[in-house]
Design a protein around this ligand. Structure first.
Ligand SMILES: C[S@@+](CC[C@H](N)C(=O)[O-])C[C@H]1O[C@@H](n2cnc3c(N)ncnc32)[C@H](O)[C@@H]1O
Length: 305
């Protein structure tokens, strides 16, 4: 029986259609990112190096965008855990891709589930392990472009605030679809791409949160919900639910942050109707039979053209 720490054979990787970002091009280092180690992953237009330097500030800083990530995760973690618990399955195997310092993985581990967290930042994984209260999560240094697992290894895969950190999200989604078993679920959160998202998520953080590093986010890495849906379809996933997500602006902690530059523990995020700035959702991997039906339908269509 395959165990989730076992490496997949090289020939089990599938490569999906590339999603080329608007205004973007395939960078030299993104080619490296597919095949090599952590250094090249951290060397892209977006600043992924900061995660190596955060240390315990992942869990303690209030003047850093990571404090907003913690606040987001308080809500997203609960949402994912409820969805997984509802499946009422005996065979839950969860992969958290781009797990960072383990906010989600450690919480899911505390439910007694089999959880693996993969990230390209070694020092973040060390912090994650330190905060794993059950000492049960398998933390693995790895690359979202080449997940070291066999096909259909996981019942659930999560990627929170991760897809906007990679050059080729479609390739990463292809990998996620590959390691998900048919009928398995993919939970995600990311940012929409438009002027408002630029002003709020990029400029807003630079203006109001003092320790915001350069290139924490890059607009062209943000993903429109329609693009996300298309990438899912290309990779045999179907969007099952999606909702807007953002800070509760009626809460005093939101206004206190604007005034003091500190994100305190009662800062709240919530699901919203509008997906204009950010959104979270769940996709399901189509059963093998419906995938082959799609292929057959496509072959029929091509044959009749
Ligand atoms: C914004 S953080 C999100 C962390 C975590 N998901 C959370 O919500 O707290 C993005 C994470 O993606 C990781 N990362 C970036 N590119 C990666 C790649 N190609 N493969 C694996 N991890 C990557 C970074 O090291 C960082 O920990």
């Amino acid at each position: 029986m395959f165990n989730s720490s076992e490496a997949a054979p090289a020939n089990s990787f599938i490569y999906s259609t590339k999603f080329v970002r608007p205004g973007g091009r395939l960078k030299k280092n993104s080619q490296n990112a597919r095949g090599s180690g952590t250094k090249s992953l951290l060397d892209s237009a977006i600043n992924n190096e900061i995660y190596e330097e955060l240390g315990d500030r992942w869990y303690t800083a209030t003047d850093d965008p990571v404090a907003l990530l913690r606040a987001e995760e308080r809500v997203l973690t609960k949402w994912v855990a409820e969805k997984i618990a509802k499946q009422n399955s005996e065979d839950i195997r969860i992969l958290d891709v781009g797990c960072g310092a383990g906010f989600l993985s450690n919480e899911l581990g505390s439910h007694g589930w089999n959880v693996t967290g993969v990230d390209a930042s070694k020092s973040s994984l060390t912090v994650a392990r330190t905060h794993d209260g059950t000492d049960s999560v398998a933390y693995v240094l790895g690359n979202g472009y080449r997940l070291p697992y066999l096909d259909s290894s996981f019942s659930d895969v999560c990627a929170m605030d991760f897809l906007e950190h990679v050059e080729e999200p479609s390739s990463v989604i292809g990998e996620i679809a590959r390691v998900l078993k048919p009928g398995g679920r993919f939970y995600f959160h990311t940012f929409n791409r438009n002027l408002l998202a630029y002003l709020v998520v990029i400029k807003g953080l630079e203006w109001f949160v003092p320790s915001t590093p350069r290139d924490l986010h890059v607009l062209r890495y943000f993903i429109k919900p329609s693009e996300m849906k298309a990438m899912f379809k290309d990779n045999g996933l179907s969007m099952a639910s999606v909702r807007g997500f953002g800070p509760r602006v009626s809460h005093p902690a939101f206004w206190r942050m604007l005034w003091t530059g500190h994100v305190v523990e009662d800062f709240e995020f919530e699901f919203k109707r509008s997906m204009l700035i950010s959104y979270a959702g769940m996709a399901i991997k189509e059963a093998a039979s419906s995938l082959s039906t799609d292929v057959t339908a496509e072959q029929t269509r091509l044959a009749t053209v």
